[in-house]
Every structure is written in C-alpha cells, then in structure tokens.
Design a protein around this ligand. Structure first.
Ligand SMILES: [Zn+2]
Length: 333
C-alpha cells in the first residue's frame, strides 16, 4: 500500500493522515473504523513506515528498502508493535506487556508506534489499562486503534482518539482493485457484485468450488433456453451434486440472480456493473425475449426461492419449480 493507492480508494483518510504527518502534527491516537477488507491494518503500517523510514520518497511514500521499513514490514521493529486478540479478546496482560516494552524507552529512538487490531475486542480491564496509557501520552508515541464496530468502543477511549472513517469501496474502485490484485477481468465484476469485501472476493477467487459453481449456473441458464427437459437433466447431472448445503444453494441462486439482473440492466439501456460482462452480446440477444416486467418477475421468483430455501423447503423440488418459472413456460407450478 502506498499513499498514491490510498488516495485513490480512501481520499479523505489519506488526506487527513498525510497532512498530520507532513505538518508534524500526528495525533497521539487514531481510531480507524470501517468494514473489513478496506486495508485498515495496511494503512496503519504505512503510517508507521512514513514516520520511521530513513529514506522517504516521492509523495511521502516509504522506501520499503531501509532497515526501518523492512523491520516494520516483518513486524520486528522494536519501537513498532502490533497487537491482535489472543483468542477471543485482547487481554489486560497484552496491554501491560506493551507498556513494559515501551517503558524500556528509546530502544532505538524516542519515537514509538503501536496498532491495536480489533480494538473493540479489548476486555474492560484491557481498555482501562489502555486508557491510562492514552491519558499520559509520551509526546512521541502514536497509537492506531482499528475496529469494524465503532459502537463497541468505550466512549472514554473514543474521546481520546481522532476517528478516521474508511468508506466502503464503490463498485468500480472495487473491481479495479480486484483486477490489480490479480483477479481475472472476467471474474472481478461478478465478485464485485457478490461482496464489498476484497478479502472475501480473493477467497472466492481462489476457491475451486466457486469457479465450478459459476460454470454450472451459466450452463443451467443456457440449457433452460433449450427446454425444460434439458434443464431438468442439468439439475440432475451437475447442480444437485455441486450445490448441496443450504449456503451453497443460496450462493448458486445469487449467481443465477445476477444473470437476470444483467439482462434487466441491459434492457434499460445500461451496461455498467454487469456481473457477466463477457456474456453481454449473448444477453443482448436473450433480453429481446423478455420484457422488463418478465425479467423482474423472474428475479422475484429467484428471491422467493431463496426465502423458501431458508424455510426448509426440499431443495430439489425448489429448483425444479424455479426452473419452470424461469423458463416462463406454461407449466407454472
Ligand atoms: Zn524506508
């Protein structure tokens, strides 16, 4: 992560942090809050490197080569610490040992830096210890607390932190990020439709089951165009074997839903944010057979199937009924 990258996805956070470093007005404590997957931990390390780097480069980017940058990246710098929950919580002892570490004072310089990940998971005792720590700030100590649940942070702690909010990525930013992280341009739009979280997207991208699921969903859609018999055969041959657990069927239905969402999006004359952009020309042919009202009807049939799935309906029956509805044939069940 560089400042340039951060400026693209989180302009406000980048500006606030960079300014405070440039003007040498770094706060004693920041609270980074926002959803998972927005790079909050990486940004805290970027701030640390920007404070400790021996050879700061253009746009304040740390060099990544000097001994300080390298040790911060490998979490082995004596004056830079990263605290994460041990088990389910951050315990008082963890805060204590951090304080002891710091009271050895000036291992290398006076500057000290620590990050607390999942700060909302501090026990009350840990939070009270931290509070004392924050109340007597050593002038050169910087703390970054990270949370996905700001409402869980004690008000006494909150009031001592400068809050930096990380905004969810827009669809386009997320898609771009996924592609630059190495996800194929074919899959990135689908993943960006499925989740807001780049980490979750990366997991799905590396998941063989998911890749196969996507293929089966597209095949089901294709054979539905040929007739209900073909569709029933496809359900038997591929779908039932692959989509077994409830959450798997649910995800399969989402992937199916995105096909109709794409058709509707194209139907109303837009081609942005398609989940399956590589199928655009096929979808443009298919949409001629469906009015917007018909497409909306099909989408609600899928949503209804999702609801019934969670109401414990037999999944085979559920899929057979859905396929018949999606074919829009005369055999409504
Ligand atoms: Zn450096």
């Amino acid at each position: 992560m560089t400042w340039d990258e951060l400026e693209m996805v989180q302009p406000l956070a980048a500006k606030m942090l960079k300014n405070s470093i440039l003007k040498q007005r770094v706060a004693h404590a920041y609270l980074f809050e926002g959803e998972q997957g927005l790079g909050k931990k990486e940004v805290s390390l970027l701030v640390a490197k920007s404070l400790f780097c021996l050879n700061i480069g253009k746009n304040m980017n740390p060099c990544e080569q000097c001994s300080n940058c390298k040790r911060i990246n490998s979490l082995s710098h004596p004056d830079v610490h990263l605290l994460e929950p041990e088990g389910l919580s951050i315990k008082k002892e963890q805060i204590r040992s951090l304080q002891q570490e710091f009271s050895k004072s000036g291992v290398e310089s006076k500057k000290k830096f620590y990050t607390i990940v999942h700060a909302d998971k501090m026990t009350v005792n840990a939070a009270n210890s931290l509070l004392k720590f924050l109340e007597e700030p050593n002038s050169e100590t910087t703390a970054i607390l990270i949370t996905e649940q700001i409402q869980q942070i004690l008000p006494t702690i909150l009031s001592r932190c400068q809050v930096i909010s990380f905004k969810p990525l827009s669809f386009n930013d997320l898609e771009e990020k996924l592609i630059s992280d190495g996800i194929s341009p074919t899959l990135a739009p689908l993943l960006a439709n499925l989740t807001n979280d780049p980490i979750e997207a990366m997991k799905l991208n590396n998941d063989e089951w998911f890749a196969q699921a996507r293929k089966i969903v597209l095949k089901l859609y294709e054979v539905m165009g040929k007739g209900s018999l073909f569709a029933m055969v496809e359900l038997q041959e591929d779908w039932y074997n692959h989509f077994r657990e409830k959450n798997q069927i649910d995800q399969g239905l989402d992937l199916l839903l995105f096909i109709y969402k794409d058709l509707l999006t194209l139907q109303i004359g837009r081609n942005k944010q398609l989940a399956y952009p590589e199928l655009q020309s096929q979808f443009e042919r298919d949409m001629l057979r469906n009015s917007p009202a018909k497409l909306a009807e099909k989408m609600s049939a899928i949503l209804e199937a999702k609801r019934r799935l969670h109401g414990n309906m037999n999944p085979h029956l559920l899929m057979e009924q859905l396929v018949l509805k999606l074919q829009g044939g005369s055999t409504f069940v």
